[in-house]
Design a protein around this ligand. Structure first.
Ligand code: F6P
Length: 467
């Protein structure tokens, strides 16, 4: 039987997470899914090294059959492109935080300059029949810049974060320029139907575009496809971690250190979008209104710091330090600490053991493109005695995790009531809620997501891609 030659995949993202000899196991679920495809197709993953320095030709490294190619960026570019436009303009705006959004012309200049650098550096390495997949808000204009070099490849874009409502997006100077650039792609992917529909809204009201019944979007002479395609966890790898010695040992350690108390767990990057202040306030409300629960429960919040050079991240960290101190000061007893707040990360196997020991997974972002902690919590549970997922209705994961107790993360009362409900939920109901979520997490995993997106991209009509 003749095998169809596989189209080479080119992945481009802000940072490269492909494994290297120095960090062979450091990559997350996304990296695992993409590296499998990169390995099968002899593909390349391009991106920023994370280091400041003069930009030179990309450094190609092949490790374990996967090639990565990285560039350094000068300090000023890091400040204006990554800290600036990506993390002080687009991130807060796309997470509905207009109050934290900074509009600086220099940031936009740095963003466009770095996208241009990416295009100039990567373009010459792309062959005519490569499949090109660009990731996330850092690189929205890249497809357009590659087209300007004459590339007629199929180029896809996936947005990992929410797409904001039209009225918010129009607060961004030159918003139309940013969205116009998306029309250089053949396929754009969003995490959920909700973000897809808010994108449609912009297209209709700001671009006078048309949405076809088949998912196509036409603006002027350009027709592209936009799809909702939710990312999943690396289910197979997670199961290996979950069943590992390290996970079992961590589970035993957590059970022992809990001394019969119910563990509630939260695991998040330390980011204002994760709703950590509101979560702590909800837990505080629970403790205030249920004195009988004191000493029978505790919250473990793991929150490794993130983007620490950005002021709003320093602010949220200081606020959480103060709030966690106040909660423990007000409620702790000589032999009970109600809140264990930890500012560093743990390997996946350790997290799996912690999730399994937790009666409740508390995932309460104010906005989140997806949220894979919710899915990992579900995947880690004991089928005979699963815990309860409390999930924000504003996380993309809520569309799939319909067995969760859905809450409004802005409401302390809602969080407090949900904690009580979860801790007193009968076993039968816990199993009935958990099982369909588990099946979904295992079925619609990260490999399913990657195949679904690249299948649509591969089938995008040839021709008609010139701008
Ligand atoms: O999910 C959005 C995202 O920006 C990813 O692109 C990135 O891998 C992750 O959050 C962590 O962000 P950063 O690279 O800024 O630390």
């Amino acid at each position: 039987m003749e095998c169809r030659p596989l189209t080479r995949l080119i992945v481009i993202s802000n940072r490269v997470q492909a494994p290297t000899a120095e960090q062979p196991g450091a990559q997350g679920g996304l990296a695992v899914a993409l590296t499998a495809a990169l390995r099968e197709t002899n593909g390349i993953w391009f991106g920023w090294s994370g280091e400041a320095g003069e930009t030179e030709a990309p450094r190609f490294v092949t490790y374990d059959g996967v090639t990565s190619a990285t560039i350094d960026l000068p300090e000023q570019d890091v400040e204006e492109y990554y800290d600036g436009y990506a993390n002080r303009t687009l991130w807060p705006l796309f997470h509905y935080r207009l109050d934290l959004t900074e509009f600086e012309r220099d940031f936009q200049g740095g963003y466009e300059r770095v996208n241009q650098v990416f295009g100039d550096v990567i373009g010459p390495h792309i062959r005519p029949d490569d499949l090109v997949w660009v990731h996330d808000y850092h690189l929205i204009p890249l497809g357009w810049l590659l087209r300007r070099q004459g590339l007629e490849n199929r180029i896809g874009f996936f947005l990992h974060i929410p797409w904001p409502p039209t009225k918010l997006l129009t607060a961004l100077p030159h918003h139309r320029r940013l969205v116009d650039a998306l029309f250089a792609y053949d396929v754009i992917g969003f995490q959920t139907r909700e973000w897809l529909e808010t994108f449609h809204d912009y297209v209709i009201h700001e671009m006078n575009g048309e949405i076809g019944a088949d998912g196509t979007i036409t603006v002027g002479s350009r027709t592209i496809r936009a799809i909702a395609c939710p990312i999943g966890i690396d289910a197979q790898d997670f199961v290996v971690s979950r069943d590992s010695e390290e996970a079992l040992a961590t589970h035993a350690r957590m059970v022992e250190s809990s001394i019969g108390r119910s563990l509630i767990v939260g695991v998040d990057r330390l980011d204002y979008s994760k709703g950590l202040e509101e979560r702590f306030s909800g837990y505080q409300r629970y403790l205030e209104t249920r004195p009988g629960a004191h000493a029978h429960v505790y919250l473990l919040q793991i929150a490794p710091p993130s983007r620490a050079s950005v002021q709003s991240y320093q602010d949220i960290r200081a606020q959480l330090d103060a709030l966690s101190g106040r909660i423990n000061g007000a409620f702790a007893d000589i032999d009970w600490v109600p809140l264990r707040y930890v500012n560093h990360g743990y390997p996946r196997a350790v997290l799996a053991g912690i999730y399994r020991a937790a009666r409740v997974g508390l995932v309460t972002p104010l906005r989140d493109g997806m949220n894979l902690v919710a899915k990992e919590y579900v995947a880690a549970q004991d089928p005979d005695d699963p815990g309860v997922l409390i999930l924000s209705r504003f996380a993309g994961a809520a569309a799939q995790m319909d067995g969760a107790v859905l809450i409004n993360p802005y409401s302390a009362d809602d969080i407090a009531d949900a904690i009580e409900r979860a801790l007193t939920m009968p076993l039968e109901e816990r199993i009935a809620r958990w099982r369909p979520m588990y099946e979904n997490v295992m079925r619609e995993d990260v490999t399913w997501w990657r195949r679904r997106f690249t299948d649509v991209l591969e089938q995008a009509p040839a021709g008609g891609r010139a701008l």
